[in-house]
Design a protein around this ligand. Sequence first.
Ligand code: GRF
Length: 196
Amino acid sequence: KRVAILISGGGSNMVALAQSMCGDHPARPVLVMSNDPQAGGLAKARAMNIPTLAIDHKPYGKDRAAFEAALQRALETAKPDIICLAGFMRILTPEFTAKWEGRMLNIHPSLLPKYKGLHTHARALEAGDSEHGCSVHEVTAALDDGPILGQARIAVHAGDTPETLATRLLPLEHALYVAVLRRFAAGDRTPVNLDG
Ligand code: GRF
């Protein structure tokens, strides 16, 4: 299976996924694409000899369709079987998600269906949650809403801040996404559950 990974920033999830796709793993990374030409993850992908592409969303302004047409052209060349959104921070239109439905995954730093959207760590703290976590889901038209393929949980500690939560959660995101992709690439949609 051919996997394209879309990033916007440091790409630590992308690195974990790319490093996992070796040996008897049924998938291989074929493209790392970013909407930000300055994304640190692009250099990490190049260092791993993965083809990269930056399609800056800013010149497209509000024209989401035109930006996504550029993404689609690149994807039609790379011909991935699976797309992994990994710290990709652009909202995709229903037209684009429909093209890739059933073949596109995303990692979101909350225990979905709680806290769709942004600032998930602060919202979990604000709510006084005793546990927090991350979810990998299939991408559908509605934001952070598709079928859940895996979750990882951590306990919230007294004195936690959004930063300490995010830091404690990130390695679990990597472990979860790697475990989910391995199953998904083998055609297995059995949910993964990890407890940190
Ligand atoms: C992570 O917290 C991830 O959950 C969110 O983006 C953050 C950075 O991810 N989607 P990465 O290091 O760029 O993979």
